[in-house]
Design a binder for this molecule. Sequence first.
Ligand SMILES: [Zn+2]
Length: 107
Amino acid sequence: MLYSLTPMTTTNDAAHAAAGAGLRDPNLVDQLSDGTKVKRRLLRQRACNEKDSKGKLCAGHLKRWYFFGDEIKRRFGEDAEIYRCERCKTLYLPNPDEEPRSGTLCW
Ligand SMILES: [Zn+2]
């Protein structure tokens, strides 16, 4: 696998606590120390399925994102394939059942 899901820091716990005991999203993979959610994309998912506090669907566009910092590099690798919602900034990992569009085999 390209990315390991091992929690690295104790601040991770704080982030989880800050997220509260809200609904668990089955696609939620991880949460960064700044509270940014990291989710797994559904197959062929193009739009964000996050819901705001009123339960409204975000539906922001998921775009390939290359400007992630060290925390993401440590967790998911230097060349991780990361997508980011352009509205709520939730991060998405590619679906393992989906062919990488770059054509580059990563694993
Ligand atoms: Zn979103």
